[in-house]
Design a protein around this ligand. Structure first.
Ligand code: GLA
Length: 727
């Protein structure tokens, strides 16, 4: 619910459990007043404190009022060069070359439904209200429209900004954040999710220090190294207590998320496109739209914050037909064959898998052009008939005859130097004239900011997709961007290339969504290098990591879980010893870990023993049976695998709390381990549960507060799964 109170001038945004308030003061400065647990209506302007602070200037219009300073007041969208020395939300190079921006209130609108951001991903669906607040720079024609989407039911507030040049000359944006949030406290921790390739989204938590701290990416993608999701929380906050703010950016390119603890012990969080190499020219009348940021405030810990993001993403970010739909259990041939396969080998792998109940066969890299290694072939999206005689027209019916769907791998944004496409259009790859390009995995990046490049790739993909019954593609992206210079842009507009590239990727994905509405697209970027809420709008699942080691995955999947729903996390059982770590774990353990995701296999099941195959058959069966519970249930982290390596446990609880699935995996073992009693979460205290079909009944309160004993596990990396059903 959005309430504008004429008398006090406050805008109040209520969700079920939270309240957000701002107001334009007598100087027309839009001040942030509150974001936290839900409050009754009322003007929170009494919270503002005014004092004459040395070296905090007084803006135009405040006259001799030395207690009025932008430097000391909480801002809703901070300005630049006019007296607020904290992080700027926007920086604009004006026609006269100045970098000054002073934003004052100019009007508002409230309407049912959600605003739309053309060409950008956004939360959608029913149950939204929109607030738009207009701010103007009185000395230039720059206008900023702040957009707020309020989803009361899911406790979600989204934000974006539109910056318009209403003047008569060009201006240049140097920075345009999606989100600026001022909190009048500094006793907060910043949680970020960091790592690298095969080590994504490890949780890092540190108290805010004076000054600026944060994360970002300048790699052209959201990156393996940092994630566009951060949390600010009270020092003592844990899974079940303490105030937490989660902020996710729906963007898949360069991003920044920074928190600044200022001199007066308040905190500013800004999030948006990274200003590095970002310059955007706005001619008269032109508008720039920022990506969307989504905010959740949880007064009672990290778990409820996670639940709100999960629910909202599943129902209001993922689009039909995959909104809350069960994803097929798949088998992917990559780790089994890499580039070395032919049709017979693939059909053998598929046949074994089909017999064990697997529903979708995915042919990974190596099926096209001269792609016998990662040195060549990208860009030539025609079937390599030496490997696959008769093309997809011959292969796909054979797979479908096994009762399976068929999917395939593509990497549309890339080109190999050794490819027909590159020989025909060397200028289509990103790179500045007269400068040698930088290779990554021996490949170059196509300039997706250019329409003709996208059209060519799209036509090639269409020919593939129309040639056979294909129900899935894995959209990969296997390097970071370099040499970002676009032949389509003049010299003074090269600062637009990174963002135009991302818009180009979104454009192609949107075309696929429009023309192939049932096609399931799994995102991938060397595993989880582009695991962000922007991609999830187009690709309802994302390959979580190239690291399929079950034990490393405990941390990667746990870090991912803070924001992203289980149904979006690509997770497979692969062969042992694991290719990344050389570690061996049992089929049971690998299965339990992969079940906390979309679930599938990435190995030649033909090489398994009869006993292992039986385990696979049972796992597939269990997953199909428990899938709704796993993917739509509330997800609880029962332990913290970043600090406790003895064992990791998590739990899925059905929305009606009648069912739960508890999973536990132990670390490397040691003698005389302490007994382990696991305290469960989220159950109905009054219900009576049976555990794994046993005779004994345990009440929900017993299981949650007294706990459930886990028998001592012998050996390394053991897995336990408990299925709880209420009577
Ligand atoms: C990336 C992906 C892998 C696989 C290979 C193929 O690394 O993450 O899953 O598809 O590319 O080259």
């Amino acid at each position: 619910m959005i309430v504008y109170d004429k008398q006090s001038g406050t805008f109040t945004l209520h969700t079920c459990r939270t309240t957000y308030q701002m107001k334009a003061d007598s100087h027309g400065v839009l001040l942030h007043l509150y974001y936290g647990p839900r409050l009754r209506d009322g003007d929170l302007g009494y919270l503002l404190q005014y004092a004459d602070r040395g070296f905090s200037p007084n803006p135009s219009g405040s006259g001799a009022d030395r207690v009025y300073s932008l430097d000391t007041l909480p801002q809703e969208y901070s300005t630049c060069g006019v007296g607020d020395y904290r992080l700027s939300a926007a920086e604009v190079e004006q026609t006269d070359g100045s970098l000054l921006l002073d934003l004052r209130y100019a009007g508002y609108g409230i309407r049912p439904g959600k605003y739309e951001l053309e060409g950008l991903p956004a939360f959608h669906s029913q149950g939204w209200e929109t607030l738009s607040v207009i701010l103007r720079d009185p000395s230039s024609g720059v206008e900023v429209e702040l957009l707020y989407g309020v989803c009361e039911e899911d406790d979600l507030i989204t934000r974006a900004a539109r910056l318009t040049n209403r003047g008569s000359g060009d201006v240049r944006l140097c920075q345009a954040m999606s989100l600026c949030l001022d909190l009048t406290r500094a006793d907060l921790d910043l949680i970020t999710f960091d790592g690298g390739h095969v080590r994504e989204r490890n949780l890092d938590r540190a108290p805010l220090r004076p000054g600026v701290q944060g994360v970002g990416s300048v790699r052209g993608t959201s990156s393996h190294q940092h994630n566009p999701f951060v949390v600010l929380c009270e020092r003592g906050a844990g899974e079940d207590h303490g105030l937490c703010y989660g902020a996710a950016l729906l963007y898949s390119g360069n991003f920044i998320a920074q928190a600044e603890r200022s001199q007066f012990a308040d905190t500013r969080l800004v999030m948006g496109i990274h200003p590095h190499h970002f310059r955007w020219t706005l001619g008269p009348g032109e508008t720039f739209t920022t990506p969307e940021a989504a905010l959740v405030c949880s007064p009672d810990g990290l778990t409820p914050m996670t639940h709100r993001f999960h629910r909202a993403m599943r129902r209001r970010l993922i689009r039909d037909p995959y909104r809350d739909a069960r994803r097929p259990v798949l088998i992917n041939n990559w780790e089994a064959t890499e580039f070395d396969f032919d049709a017979e080998k693939l059909v053998d792998i598929a046949r074994e898998a089909a017999e064990l109940g697997i529903e979708l066969f995915v042919m990974d890299d190596g099926w096209f052009g001269a792609r016998d290694s990662d040195l060549s072939g990208l860009g030539d999206w025609t079937v390599n008939e030496k490997k696959l005689p008769g093309g997809l027209e011959a292969l796909v019916p054979r797979i479908r005859a096994l009762g399976m769907g068929f999917g395939l791998w593509v990497e549309p944004e890339m080109v190999s130097e050794n490819s027909d496409l590159y020989r025909a259009h060397p200028d289509w790859a990103l790179g500045a004239p007269g400068r040698p390009q930088t290779l990554g995995r021996s490949q170059l990046v196509l300039d997706f900011s250019r329409q003709e490049v996208r059209d060519h790739i799209y036509d090639a993909l269409r020919r593939v997709l129309d040639s056979a019954e294909i129900s899935y593609i894995k959209w990969d992206m296997n390097r970071s961007l370099t040499d970002v210079w676009s032949a389509a842009l003049p010299a003074d507009r090269q600062g637009e290339a990174y963002h135009r590239y991302v818009l180009g990727v979104y454009d192609l994905l949107e075309r696929l969504h429009r023309d192939y509405p049932g096609l399931l697209i799994e995102g991938c970027s060397g595993g989880g290098g582009r695991f962000d809420a922007g991609m999830l709008y187009y690709t309802p699942q994302i390959w979580c990591s190239d690291n399929t080691d079950a034990i490393d995955r405990l941390r990667i999947q746990c870090g991912t879980s803070f924001c992203y729903p289980v149904s979006t996390v690509g997770a497979h059982v692969s062969a042992v010893p694991n290719g990344q770590t050389n570690r061996s774990t049992s089929m049971e353990t690998r299965g339990v870990v992969a079940m906390c995701g979309t679930f599938g296999y990435e190995m030649d099941l033909g090489r398994c023993t009869a006993e292992e195959k039986e385990t696979v058959r049972q796992q597939v069966c269990t997953f199909k049976e428990r899938c709704r519970l796993i993917q739509e249930g509330d997800y609880y982290r029962l332990t913290d695998p970043f600090h406790n390596r003895d064992y990791t446990a998590w739990q899925h609880v059905s929305p009606d709390r009648r069912e739960a699935l508890v999973s536990l995996v132990t670390g490397s073992t040691w003698a005389a381990k302490p007994f382990l009693t696991l305290r469960l979460k989220g159950l109905d205290p009054n219900a009576l549960y049976r555990v794994n079909g046993g005779e004994r009944r345990y009440s929900g309160d017993q299981l949650m507060y007294a706990g459930y004993p886990i028998p001592p596990q012998r050996g390394d990396y053991q897995a336990v799964q408990l299925y709880l059903e209420a009577e």
